[in-house]
Design a protein around this ligand. Structure first.
Ligand code: UDP
Ligand code: MG
Length: 318
């Protein structure tokens, strides 16, 4: 899609955020205009079932710098982010959530850091009023695991609230993988990156769109995209269990010849369960990687666009 190039693009992926869009827009507009009069705000509607897209449509009629892209169904936050980046024309591109947990004022801090000469400015949240202890704990474990297993480093509490310049957006769009773990890809890319922190308030309206299942998928994508070590771990755990089994067998034979019979089936049951468990886990791990290879091999487009907000853009595209 050819738009007139602008200086700053703000990308906002969203799913069922009808209660947040206007509030965000009202808070965002003065901040963006302070940075530059040449801007675009791109809302990527990731298959909302509520009035989100109608609201975006109204905003685009009010302000021609607002563009809405409606994806044909829910493709997930990470894909929606990429969809927004593919449509952005800005010299600098900012990605942020729609629920006011990424305070628009922080954009000025991102911009200041960019002006100091950084290509990418990332954020970490210092406090989240919203997330319960369960989310904090599991997210803490996740970052420990991924940082230990993979070669990339991801700051715990990193957010998909960041500024990128044109050079790094173009570089990012060259990464064609289907399971997109954006913060890992960004860390992998390199370039000159900075980090600032911000305090995340509670979500303004609605509930978190990351269900437990989506969070688990996100975590699995993160680990399997950046490390093959789980495959090796299953090999080594198999090796260790087999060695233990071998020693146990030697012990059993010695016991047999010394005239004592091996007591009961408990030991057999325990070893069968342990070995069975390890086998199933290993098959599961292989399955996770295989599923990702399968996904890549199909080579389907990352997403499909159902409609844009303005009819001219739509006509240009078809
Ligand atoms: N989101 C999305 N598609 C999804 C899930 C979430 O576009 O499948 C959007 C959501 O509307 C929000 C952002 O991604 O703008 C972050 O999601 P959320 O606030 O629910 O996550 P949390 O802050 O609870 O981790
Ligand atoms: Mg949120």
């Amino acid at each position: 899609m050819k738009q007139k190039p602008v200086y700053i693009s703000v990308i906002i992926p969203l799913l069922n955020e009808e209660g947040n869009i206007r509030v965000l827009y009202d808070a965002l507009l003065p901040v963006v205009e302070e940075v530059s009069g040449s801007y675009e705000i791109i809302f990527v509607d990731d298959g909302s079932k509520d009035a989100s897209f109608d609201i975006i449509n109204q905003l685009s009629l009010q302000n021609s710098n607002v563009l809405g892209i409606s994806l044909s169904r829910n493709f997930g936050h990470q894909v929606a982010l990429t969809a927004g980046m593919e449509h952005a024309s800005g010299e600098i591109v900012i990605t942020m959530d729609a629920d006011m947990q990424h305070p628009p004022d922080v954009i000025l801090d991102l911009y200041k850091k960019f002006k100091e000469g950084f290509d990418i400015v990332n954020t970490i949240r210092t406090e989240t009023a919203d997330s319960g202890t369960f989310k904090k704990m599991t997210s803490g474990w996740f970052y420990k695991i991924i940082n230990r297993l993979s070669d990339i480093h991801i700051e715990p509490a990193a957010a998909d609230f960041r500024l990128m310049n044109r050079k790094t957006v173009n570089a990012f769009l060259q990464l064609k993988e289907k399971d997109r773990f954006t913060r890992g890809l960004i860390s992998w890319m390199g370039f000159k990156q900075a980090m600032i922190s911000y305090t995340a308030p509670s979500r303004f309206s609605g509930k978190s769109k990351y269900s437990l299942f989506k969070m688990l998928r996100f975590a699995a994508d993160g680990i399997t995209s950046f490390s093959a070590k789980p495959l090796r771990i299953s090999f080594f755990s198999g090796l260790i269990v087999s060695l233990i089994g071998l020693f146990y067998a030697i012990y059993a034979v010695i016991e047999y010849f010394s005239g004592k019979t091996i007591p009961g089936w408990t030991s057999i049951l325990v070893s069968i369960l342990i070995i069975g468990g390890i086998q199933l886990i290993s098959i599961g791990i292989i399955g996770e990687y295989l599923a990702r290879v399968f996904n890549e091999a199909k080579n389907r487009p990352l997403y499909m666009v159902k409609q844009y907000t303005t009819s001219e853009v739509l006509q240009e595209h078809v």
